[in-house]
Design a protein around this ligand. Structure first.
Ligand code: NAP
Length: 309
């Protein structure tokens, strides 16, 4: 009887998330063999140079042969095409999961291709940075972070248990959600902040009365924190916006209403309203620190948590 959690794990996509998973699997001895697959020869070569796997192939359909666990870590818009490609070679009894930032769309794209007997359990580790590619990954990215699984009704409980144990072995705390609920929660805590950051950095870039050098020189006064989010991968975030459209539009509508309230309070000099809101939001920050999701440091934990994003 093998001592590995999985005999063979196939990683389809080996960027920030895939390569961090690969490093953790290796460091924790979770697989007998790690098979790495990515579409471009450059990324595949780099993964090999970094020693992220035991075998490497550009053919995702070959990578999944005989794998007990298949983890798809590609932009969400590519999930359907990947599922179609790998489906015929998935081993009966294998667990198929993903790490995509949106869940209902990934399920709609992948489910039609999942063969009978394969346990499809979508997932989303709530961990990352603004960097991408195999060099950006690091061991321990998921430690102390949440991983949300969104299994569909009727999925094998033992398979869910095994995938839960896998993420726990990476140091994550696992939660379960209904896909649509996941998408709403993530729209507010992750997608909207990124969209706001892209927007504010874009606006600053467009301002003619303020020079580029001034924007950069005085960025520490607040702008800098937005630029980190706005440096996130354009492909990933284009796909997130297109694939969580309804929840994002709902949150944006709510956001615009609240912004109008704030705008009005500023226009009419309603300091009490501003003070009440700013006090309430300060409490939110305090709760996040208390929950261990950030550290209390003058730089918002930027240095201590630099690697965790
Ligand atoms: P990444 O560093 O940009 O890596 C993307 C990987 O997907 C690469 O192996 C890339 O292959 C491959 N890929 C790109 N486009 C593809 C396509 N059209 N078809 C097939 N493969 C494709 O991305 P990442 O940050 O690891 O993100 C991967 C997934 O994790 C996304 O779904 C994202 O939503 C999710 N996620 C990201 C974060 C984060 O903070 N970044 C956090 C949680 C979840 P090549 O390089 O060979 O082209």
């Amino acid at each position: 009887m093998s001592s590995f959690m999985f005999e063979r794990i196939a990683l389809i996509g080996i960027g920030l998330i895939g390569s961090s998973i690969a490093r953790d699997i290796r460091a924790r001895g979770l697989a007998g063999e790690i098979v790495v697959s990515t579409r471009s020869p450059e990324t595949l070569r780099r993964a090999e140079e970094l020693g992220l796997g035991d075998r490497y192939t550009a053919a995702a359909e070959d990578a999944v042969r005989g794998a007990d666990l298949v983890i798809v870590s590609v932009p969400v818009g590519a999930s359907g095409a990947v599922a179609e490609k790998i489906a015929p070679n998935l081993k009966p009894g294998a667990i198929l999961t993903d790490v995509g930032s949106t869940k209902a769309s990934v399920i709609a794209q992948m489910s039609p291709f999942v063969p009978e007997g394969v346990h499809f359990i979508p997932g989303h580790p709530i961990a990352g940075t603004e960097h991408s590619g195999p060099d950006a990954g690091f061991e321990g990215l998921f430690a102390g972070r949440w991983c949300i699984l969104t299994p569909l009704d009727g999925v094998d409980a033992a398979a869910i248990g095994k995938l839960t144990s896998f993420w726990q072995a990476l140091g994550s705390t696992v939660d379960r959600m209904v896909p649509e609920h996941h998408d709403k929660v993530l729209a507010i805590v992750s997608h909207l902040p990124h969209i706001i950051a892209y927007n504010i950095v874009g606006t600053a870039d467009d301002l003619e009365a303020v020079t580029q050098s001034e924007v950069i020189q005085y960025s520490a006064s607040g702008f800098r924190d937005f630029t980190r989010l706005a440096a996130s991968d354009p492909t990933m975030w284009r796909d997130v916006c297109l694939h969580n459209r309804d929840a994002i539009l709902e949150m944006l509508a709510r956001f615009s209403e609240d912004l109008a309230y704030l705008q009005r309070a500023i226009r009419w000099g309603e300091g009490d309203k501003l003070f009440e809101l700013f006090s309430r939001t300060r409490d939110v920050r305090r709760s996040i620190v208390e929950a261990g999701q950030d550290v209390e440091a003058p730089d918002f934990g930027r240095h201590a948590l630099d690697k965790k994003g």
